[in-house]
Design a protein around this ligand. Sequence first.
Ligand SMILES: C[S@@+](CC[C@H](N)C(=O)[O-])C[C@H]1O[C@@H](n2cnc3c(N)ncnc32)[C@H](O)[C@@H]1O
Length: 260
Amino acid sequence: MAVLTIVVFAGGQVTFREYRISRALRPDQFCAMQNDAVAQNNYGLNAHQVAENKNGIHALISSPRIYNLIQWAAGEQLYRNRMVRDYIKPFEGCKILDIGCGTGGYIHHIDHYCTNYEYYGFDGEAIYIDYANRHFAARPNLHFFHKILTEDNVKEFSDCDLVIATGVMHHLDDPIVVSLLRIAKQALKPGGRLITYDTGKFDKMSPLEKFFLNFDRGRSIRNEQEYAALVKQIFPNYSSHTPRLTYYNSRNIVFECFNN
Ligand SMILES: C[S@@+](CC[C@H](N)C(=O)[O-])C[C@H]1O[C@@H](n2cnc3c(N)ncnc32)[C@H](O)[C@@H]1O
């Protein structure tokens, strides 16, 4: 494992970006773990904690429009609809915290189930939050923050009915997943629920599942038991599911974690 530090000059500012290069990947596809200098300085994250491939085609996904296009092609409308209907299950008056909210892709689907709710979305990617702020500017019940939620700064939340962390755990190393779960638990009121959704590894995988596994930016993709071993450290009361949420033959791993 090698660490490469690159000095980036952009917008009149000098920042440092660190990349961890894994020999396990093909040379043309080396695993670059981008450490955003803002995250490192302000939120205590380092290059070893966000396991993301952001090279080549993956760099394109950082564009909100490209990200949304890929999500759409991947059957986003259907899987988000089913996630909301079967697992997130929002209700009138609920308070929702979305950790790693991206561009706010669940909001239109939550709207089908309730109109009177408060939504707080956090994401470490500024362009996703900028996009969400522009897109949902007319909605005072929706609040977006360009911030990595940590065990320190989550303290203002303790009364959420629902915490969502979809597509997050498979980007994070084990200790940071456990920290993320603690953050979710801190934010939940008694009886509240955390819902996660991630790319998974399975014993027998369809060609499409193998494709998604290889294409995914996350470099900490686990099987159901591996995710569960982390989840139960913080949420002993949980259920796990491996639904096919879209129109093609591909499973994901969903956890419903109960704060009681
Ligand atoms: C693959 S995106 C998923 C976006 C969205 N949940 C969705 O379903 O489309 C994962 C995002 O999680 C964010 N993230 C990971 N840990 C976070 C944390 N502790 N606080 C805020 N954002 C976080 C990353 O910045 C990244 O943009």
